[in-house]
Design a protein around this ligand. Sequence first.
Ligand code: G4P
Length: 193
Amino acid sequence: MKLLEDRIREDGRVLGENILKVDSFLTHQVDFALMKEIGQVFADKFRQAGITKVVTIEASGIAPALYVAEALKVPMIFAKKAKNITMTEGILTAEVYSFTKQVTSTVSIAAKFLDKEDKVLVIDDFLANGQAAKGLVEIIGQAGASVEAIGIVIEKSFQDGRQILLDAGQTVVSLARIEKFENGQVVFAQADA
Ligand code: G4P
């Protein structure tokens, strides 16, 4: 997605070896116009797929996922990372290990929001090691629902996430694919949309 790649080139900051800071438009401050475009691109790709739900994980997946859901006219559900006192029964959970933060967290979705008829499009802001997406796939599987595809805004293709998801039989569609960082600049691989 050229608009997204241009924005990453313009406003993204490379931190250290392998982190891209995009807090001015995606992970902290959010550019709704860009999110709307992202929503349209994913919706165009999946309009014929019969998607019934969009699923993401808090926090930064929520903004793009909501616009995808709006464009597809289906509900968006975000997995929670902290146990909520109002989630008292029927909770689907998965353990997600973050290599970046080196912590394992339990992510959850209330069972009542997914059923076996659902065809889910998973959306997330970053794909690094694939653990968050893998956890979401596990939860969706517990509900008996199917994952149609995993849509990623920014994939760091030099990390293992994409391969892990492909090995698990998933379809991955990334709007920007980062091949490497070179002298503080982003080098892109061919994106999926
Ligand atoms: P994984 O989900 O692909 O396995 O990734 P990993 O454990 O490595 O990433 C943990 C967190 O760091 C995730 O956010 C992920 O989106 C984020 N992340 C990974 N690489 C980058 C990067 O290069 N830049 C930025 N800005 N974020 C990155 P999180 O902690 O789960 O969530 P959130 O609450 O911030 O959304």
